[in-house]
Write a protein that binds this ligand. Structure first.
Ligand code: DAH
Length: 441
């Protein structure tokens, strides 16, 4: 996602398609030791390594399995909505780029692969960017109905709703692609339709299949229609379970939107209307045949979805800042009880302190927004509430480009002293010059 606040010059570099030659960024390889110990194993570093200590400190936390944590409760509510599905919650976040992208038919030049968007341990290992990375291995076990919850990692900006580690839940259901399988789908569709008709939900739907959201050439269109309908009914019923009571008098409003994912066709996104806004909740679609072929699954057809847990938990628990999920403060954790959704009561808001830093961006190896944000997170961790680029210009004579970022230091748990903030800011500035070779203005 592109933050609207970024100025056009920078925005274009965030959404550009990167080629492999663009992948090298201004990082001194010597910054890393020859190997990193992650989850008990040593991995060699190389010119691709861009994981930071702040990120590596999260890989073994598994908030989604900590009893009583809001993310764990949300996981268990979703799991209980699908009682006959198997559950997976402890798969390692270290995967190959092949597994994260290629096996799922991502094009070679997909922007998600770039070092500015994803965390690499080295050329052949990365931190998964989505739970779909495990689809093939679960299908390969022969499982037809499953849910999988995991921490996922994406380099991103810093603000109240973006954090470079978040949690996703993936779900999938396969049926036999024959008459008996399709009978089963029809029965399930009938049951779900009746349930939804009796409920306070308004659904804005789109065709299951269209020329721009096509059936796969190997699928019988009638089968694909039934599966897409099953997917929609099943997810509408999950959303009703999650959001229905939060909106009690008003009907729950859900809308379906055509989407594109490399590993599904047709594909959809779902949005929920909450407190006056449409919020994107999940992506889903009919699983492409090549995914099932790779997993050695024959004669089946089915759907998959992936949703972000923080997004939903922030709404349901009224949690205002995504950093809170990582808090170990008893004033946060003690508010929650396993299995129950309750409204978070903010315990205090401590003062903000803004610090600006302006610099000339080195020509040839310019700093990316995400490089700046990772540097700030590494120095100041969760003591930073948000980072905004407040100015950028190109000097008309020298053609050099200048950037100015504003860092908002604010702890969620305590007041920060001036000395502490000055020390952090000093470290940000010295890391900027040492690691990226920028010239401070
Ligand atoms: N993995 C996608 C993401 O992170 C979400 C997604 C889309 C998952 C479609 C799926 C799917 O299983 O079928 O954006």
């Amino acid at each position: 996602m592109i933050a609207p606040r970024f100025l056009p010059a920078v925005k274009s570099c965030r959404c550009a398609y990167h080629s492999f030659s663009d992948f090298s960024i201004a990082r001194a390889p010597s910054k890393y030791p020859p190997s990193l110990k992650i989850l008990g194993e040593h991995h060699l570093t190389d010119e691709f390594t861009n994981v930071t200590p702040a990120i590596l400190s999260k890989v073994d936390l598994e908030l989604h399995t900590q009893d009583g944590h809001p993310l764990s409760t949300l996981r268990s509510i979703i799991e209980s909505h699908y009682p006959d599905f198997s559950h997976h919650s402890s798969l390692s976040p270290i995967v190959s780029p092949w597994k994260n992208f290629d096996e799922l038919s991502f094009p070679w030049d997909h922007p998600g692969r770039s070092m500015t968007d994803s965390y690499y341990i080295n050329k052949s290992l990365m931190l998964r960017t989505h739970t779909s990375a495990h689809e093939i291995e679960v299908f390969r076990k022969g499982e037809d109905k499953w849910l999988l919850t995991a921490d996922v990692y994406r380099r991103d900006e810093i603000d109240a709703s973006h954090y470079p580690v978040f949690h996703q839940m993936e779900g999938a259901r396969l049926y036999s692609a024959d008459a008996s399988g399709m009978e089963e789908v029809k029965e399930d569709n009938e049951r779900l339709s009746q349930h939804l008709e009796r409920s306070n939900i308004v659904i804005e739907d789109i065709p299951h299949i269209s020329p721009t959201n096509p059936v796969q050439p190997t699928h019988d269109p009638a089968h694909s229609e039934l599966i897409a309908k099953n997917l929609k009914l099943s997810l509408n019923s999950l959303l009703l379970r999650l959001f229905g009571s939060a909106n009690s008098e008003e009907p729950l409003r859900v809308r379906w939107i055509e989407a594109y994912f490399p590993f599904t066709s047709p594909s959809f996104e779902v949005e929920v209307f909450f407190r006056g806004k449409w919020l994107e909740i999940l992506g889903c679609g009919v699983v492409i045949d090549s995914t099932l072929d790779t997993a050695n699954v024959q004669g089946k057809i089915g759907w998959a979805f992936g949703l972000g847990l923080e997004r939903i938990a922030m709404i349901l628990y009224s949690i205002p800042d995504i950093r809170l999920f990582w808090s170990t403060d008893a004033r946060f954790l003690s508010q929650f009880e396993a299995g129950k959704i309750t409204t978070f009561k903010p315990y205090s808001k401590y003062p903000s302190c803004y610090k600006d830093v302006s610099f000339w961006n080195p020509e040839g190896a310019p700093l990316h927004d995400n490089d700046f944000c990772d540097l700030v997170r590494d120095v100041a961790g969760d003591l930073v509430e948000d980072v905004k680029m407040i100015d950028s210009f190109v000097h008309p004579k020298s053609n050099r480009s200048s950037l100015c970022y504003r860092i908002n230091y604010r702890s969620m748990d305590r007041s920060l002293s001036n000395e502490e903030i000055n020390e952090l800011q000093k470290n940000v500035v010295s890391r900027l010059t040492d690691t990226f070779g920028v010239e401070i203005r």
